[in-house]
Design a protein around this ligand. Structure first.
Ligand SMILES: [Zn+2]
Length: 296
């Protein structure tokens, strides 16, 4: 069996420049509840209540079976910060976890009656950041995905949609699976797979309804290229996010990458093919398992 690549991404550290958090409603405004509703008395019979790093967790079930996941959550803020060179705040994120869909839906109905149903949610308003999820078959992935959104929005006053989703798709995997274990590699290898969309076309999408299933995969692919591809690509990503964190309007990454790599789309294809081969080699050498459920 080939050795599994352990996060061969480029990590960076930037000096903290003080709190940069500025409340931004733009992206998540449609999901935001009123500040008043946050203060509604909560009658959910919580079984667990604890704090993990910046996450305040409440669960209506015993979370013991998910110890590993919770340990990972504790490291997620560090991973996001070190990988992207952004300073996530210690401002708490409230995690509400449910043992089944019925209890989850009931909670959402009481707390956020206007929010459309999704299997997991990140909800942001002027006073709180909340992640809600229930124990579906994709519970672990969903929780890491939404928690990543919460961390990004704690570090950046504005998070462009494509990179918000691309990074959430990347960090939704367990740490050891991020480099070469994402099901998106299988999707790309399919005979019916269409080529990855250009970065410029993803940058033009500003509403969630514009993001189709393939767009999540494509956003992830560009993020993967910048985290595991050429160091110069990672430098561009870090520089771009630093300008966002400082409240600037950075030059689009599509232009930054094109200047560094005139053949960037070709390099992306080669990069993904390399990691697809890695994943294929792992699949061949690994014992048969039950498959991984698809995500979005
Ligand atoms: Zn998302």
């Amino acid at each position: 069996m080939l050795p599994h690549p352990h996060l061969p991404f480029h990590t960076v550290r930037r000096n903290a420049a003080g709190p940069r958090w500025v409340n931004a409603f733009a992206l998540w405004a449609t999901l935001a509840c009123s500040a008043a509703s946050v203060a509604i008395a909560d009658d959910t019979p919580w079984v667990e209540s604890c704090r993990i790093d910046s996450f305040r967790l409440r669960a209506d079930f015993a979370v013991g079976a998910h110890d590993t996941l919770l340990d990972e959550l504790g490291g997620l803020r560090r991973d996001v910060s070190q990988t992207l060179g952004i300073e996530t705040t210690q401002q708490p994120v409230d995690l509400y976890l449910f043992g089944d869909r019925t209890a989850y839906e009931s909670f959402l109905q009481r707390r956020y009656p206007k929010v459309p149903f999704r299997r997991a949610l990140f909800i942001k308003n002027s006073v709180s950041r909340v992640v809600c999820a229930y124990r579906s078959e994709m519970f672990d992935v969903d929780l890491r995905h939404e928690a990543t959104h919460a961390l990004l929005h704690s570090a950046l006053p504005r998070v462009p949609l494509w990179i918000d989703e691309g990074l959430a798709e990347y960090f939704e995997m367990a740490p050891a699976e991020r480099a070469s274990g994402h099901p998106h590699f299988e999707s790309l290898a399919s005979d019916e797979a269409r080529p990855v969309a250009s970065l410029a076309s993803l940058e033009r999408k500003v509403k969630l309804v514009e993001m189709g299933r393939d767009d999540y995969r494509d956003a992830w692919a560009w993020v993967h290229f910048m985290l595991h591809g050429p160091r110069e690509a990672h430098e561009e990503l870090v520089g771009y996010l630093a300008e966002l964190a400082d409240g600037k309007e950075p030059e689009p990454l599509s232009l930054r990458l094109a200047r560094r790599f005139p053949d960037v789309e070709h390099q992306l294809v080669q990069h993904l093919a390399h990691y697809q081969h890695l994943q294929l080699a792992r699949a061949i050498s690994a014992p048969a398992t039950t498959g991984t459920a698809g995500h979005r």
